[in-house]
Write a protein that binds this ligand. Structure first.
Ligand SMILES: [Zn+2]
Length: 63
């Protein structure tokens, strides 16, 4: 079953079944709109993973 997921690199909302790439990091699966987003994530996952208690999760498009 497909679900809506957010590409952590570019903040794009994508369908998990249509993701171009996925990566498991620290037990969590992340989905990406493109291979280049996956590569950016791999290079610095800490930079892209939002903290669970991030209060700024309100549609911000900031990088
Ligand atoms: Zn992306």
């Amino acid at each position: 079953m497909a679900m809506q997921v957010t590409d952590p690199v570019c903040d794009m909302t994508i369908d998990s079944e249509q993701a171009a790439a996925r990566e498991v990091w620290k037990g969590q699966t992340y989905y990406f709109c493109s291979k280049s987003c996956q590569e950016k994530f791999r290079a610095a996952p800490d930079r892209y993973v939002k903290k669970a208690d991030d209060p700024g999760a309100h549609g911000s498009h900031n990088r």
